[in-house]
Ligand binder design. Sequence first.
Ligand code: GCW
Length: 681
Amino acid sequence: QTPGYDLWMNYKQIDNEKLNKSYQKATTSLAVLGKSETIQAIKNELQLALPQLLEKQPEIKSVVEERSSLIIATLDALPSNIKKQFSAAVDNLGDEGFIIKSIKIEKNTKLVVTAHTEIGLLYGTFRVLALMQQLEELTNLNLVDSPKIDIRMLNHWDNLDRTVERGYAGFSLWNWQKLPEYIDQRYVDYARANASIGINAVSLTNVNANALILTPMYLEKVKALAKTFRPYGIKVYLTARFSAPIEIGGLETADPLDQKVIDWWQAKADEIYSLIPNFGGFLVKANSEGQPGPQNYDRNHVDGANMMAKALAPHNGNVIWRAFVYSEHDADDRAKQAYSEFVPYDGKFLPNVLVQVKNGAIDFQPREPFHPMFGAMPKTHIMMEFQITKEYLGFSTHLVYLPKLYEEVLEADTYQEGKGSTVAKVLDGSLQGQQITGMAGVANIGNDLNWTGHPFGQADWYGFGRLAWDPYLDSEKIADEWLRMTFSNDEKFIAPIKEMMVTSREAVVNYMNPLGLHHIFDTGHHYGPGPWVSELSRPEWNPVYYHQADENGIGFDRTPSGSNATAQYAQPVAEMFNDPKTCPEEYLLWFHHLPWDYQLKNGETLWNGLAKKYQKGVNQVAKMQETWNQMKPYVSAEQHKEVNMLLTIQYKEAKWWRDACLLYFQTFSKQELPVGVEKPE
Ligand code: GCW
């Protein structure tokens, strides 16, 4: 077996004797009630996992017997003497929640997994297996869990020719040429992985969309994928190119108020739902980076989104309309544009529209302050777009544990409804009462043998799913779970590697974009450093636009004396960002242009502090290498070597970033490097 292919569903033998015995007992006789495809998926998973975990082929019955030790059944299907033990907890379970509870019937202890729906049972089953993988007790359990967010989604940016925009893990999983007849086992394993962490929606295609995906030939292929994913509770969405009525519909316009266009989308929606009854809906990038949209016809985002929403509403489909827009005509500060274009329309979008907002106002940088749109549109369904793939973060080459970044954004306080208005509360609807909620992540998955290129990239997929399920989870706890399930339960491995993962995010910020610097990447591919002037047509694509370094100082003034982007935040937040003394230092140069000798909180000058941050990032990567070197006993030789080679590159490139940025900025600061910062080699 290829190391890494099994992801966190790597069902290693339970070598703890006591727990092995207790798990053996709990799985003596299984009863899984029901006949659907989802029930079959549950049985398949148990049949795959238990022989590996416990070296036993489970006996799975379809009825509850006296000797049944593990019972998996919906509340409706449970025998009444068991069902009556589940009265209180069931009210808030929702459609996807589950209960795992140890109960006593006469003298026998039984473990029961129950839920309102079979998908809830599937999630509960995966949780039972995860508990075993993490060496948790299965006795005396009373675990009730349900997702806090409705749409937990992966956005694949996959093109029909199988290249993947910003994809660093090989080609697209979707083999359009062999579909619909050929169902690769990988599609099933992909669905299992998603279901195991609660992901319930996937958009298959690039947001820079190709209209061909909406033609009958492709829809047949999409149908085959949707059918494969359905037992796992996953709905398929497609990206809809706004100009599709022209490109594949033969119309002369795509004006959203034109009756022919309206009819075309309605007919297209009807056609799709006749093939795929549980189709999720459309994901749309419009009027951004050259993509067509309603503004081409002097209409606005509401006109465009609502037109599509009306076509999907009869089928309960959604429109996910992206807010990642910035126009070449009004480039005073790109960070302001999404808010300016969308917030005035609060309350105007139809109920089946979600507006999908990137976590920050620029573009998936190693660190950005939270996007000011969160909490600013109380009458709109606002959905998160995180990045799981690592554009601007070292691709699949650098080890950067992203759940740490997600957590920072989710915990950020928008103050939109007073103190405590965190982004997480905006997203789960608890702050402003949104009826549909969602979180999307741009997938980092491709056909590389280990799915994500970097073995640790799997943790980002895993962690994204866990946080979409519960945005209040702790990223360190998530790392702990993932490490145990993927590699080893040995504390001598877990403790140092968890530490390595949680510090890796700060390391990348330090060696790429410290103190609030951003978008100083080499243009186009966005991999290495490129803070210098580049030959690009649009000013806001040029790195110098973002750092504005000159002899007087460095940073982008977004306070009232500059672009005044801070005015888009709630007042207490704006005030905090406006004053360099109260602005958190990690965002200093995001919001302020400051002199080179500006005094940082620790008394150092800005120049010295910046230089030391770059050095610190390099040192942190060196430390990661040291830590990993000691982990040979706990992982396969092949994986040890893989990560080792990747860390060697990361170390080399951390130095590259430090040297490139410091040498360049030094032409403005005209100061020596402080003691402790290595001179460029
Ligand atoms: O980050 C930028 C990327 C583009 C991407 C765009 C977007 C899909 O450089 O490749 O296009 O964002 O999010 O729409």
